[in-house]
Design a protein around this ligand. Structure first.
Ligand code: HH2
Length: 304
């Protein structure tokens, strides 16, 4: 079975949060957390909307991200920023399928597609994608789970309170970490019921999706609590507005704030980092992961 991201891999012994399967490929995230490079084939994404809406530009940007060190590409054709307008299925397909088809010929890294529509997922999987990143966690399209189950693709299940149209109106939680973890556990069970094996599931607390600043900070601070779910955790903090709130900077100037959030997310157990600035964040992840693993081996030396 093809393996990426791990040198000496044994799925028999590795903890279940260290790897997942996507169309028969083992994707390991133990030795170093993985970088998922974002390619928005959209007109209105909050950071890069309009830059890569042409399929040639999108392909060339994706190839560039792979050169910069992306371990996974995540292609999206519908913005999920607060208040974004929905994109019709035909338009989403027209934007995504040519890009997925071309990239599947030209890259060896897994291709993920950020969509909530089962027909878009099916066509993207047929064109060569192997991961579906569903920000609705299989709730908005009743066919989504069976499309993914049949294909053997991996799925990212993300938490969101509300919808992109309503999510930032008045998000409320008693205990944000417990509620988000409970939601992800419930969605994971629903996915398994629908025929998706647990080994194909990645979980994401959904930073910025129906959360106030304090909720995002609490989730990141207590990210290690999600280890009990026993699946790899994906985190998307890249240039998001909570960083803008903290550093009082526009979206173009949030890379340093992003770097801090990525480093701490790695330290608290994130295994996949979804980012726009691949070269920069690949360095951040390498250094944070090396310090983290040193911490473990120092502890082992002490215990021995
Ligand atoms: N964030 C965005 C989009 N998709 N998927 C997952 N799993 N996790 C995230 O945090 C996440 C996501 C928002 O970022 P971006 O794609 O750059 O913006 P937009 O939705 O405006 O296109």
């Amino acid at each position: 079975m093809p393996v990426i991201g791990m040198d000496r891999f044994s799925s028999q012994t590795a903890p279940h949060s260290d790897w997942f399967l996507a169309k028969g490929q083992i994707i390991g995230c133990r030795d170093r957390p993985l970088i998922m490079g974002v390619v928005n084939v959209t007109t209105d994404s909050f950071y890069d909307g309009g830059r890569y809406v042409d399929s040639k530009q999108a392909v060339s940007h994706a190839l560039d991200l792979v050169k910069q060190g992306a371990d996974i590409l995540d292609l999206g054709a519908e913005s999920t920023r607060p208040g974004a307008s929905p994109v019709r299925e035909q338009e989403e397909l027209a934007r995504l399928v040519p890009v997925v088809t071309e990239l599947a010929r030209r890259v060896t890294v897994p291709i993920s597609v950020d969509t909530t529509k089962s027909r878009v997922a099916q066509c993207a999987l047929d064109a060569g994608a192997s991961i579906i990143n569903d920000v609705s966690a299989l709730r908005w399209d009743p066919e989504m789970a069976s499309v993914i189950a049949r294909s053997g693709a991996a799925v990212v299940l993300m938490h969101m309170q509300g919808t992109p149209q309503t999510m930032q109106h008045a998000p409320q939680y008693e205990d944000v970490v417990a509620e988000v973890a409970g939601f992800l556990d419930e969605r994971m069970h629903a996915a398994v019921e629908a025929g998706i094996s647990k080994t194909h599931i990645v979980l994401d607390p959904g930073i910025g999706f129906g959360k106030l600043l304090g909720h995002n900070l609490e989730l990141l601070n207590r990210l290690s609590d999600f280890a009990s779910l026993d699946r790899p955790v994906l985190i998307g903090v890249s240039r998001k507005s909570f960083i803008g709130r903290l550093v009082a900077r526009p979206v173009e100037q949030r890379e340093w704030g992003t770097a801090a959030a990525v480093a701490l997310a790695v330290d608290r157990g994130a295994r996949i980092l979804r980012v726009h600035d691949v070269a920069m964040m690949a360095d951040v992840v390498k250094v944070a992961a090396a310090i983290g693993s040193r911490k473990c081996s120092a502890r082992q030396e002490h215990d021995a």
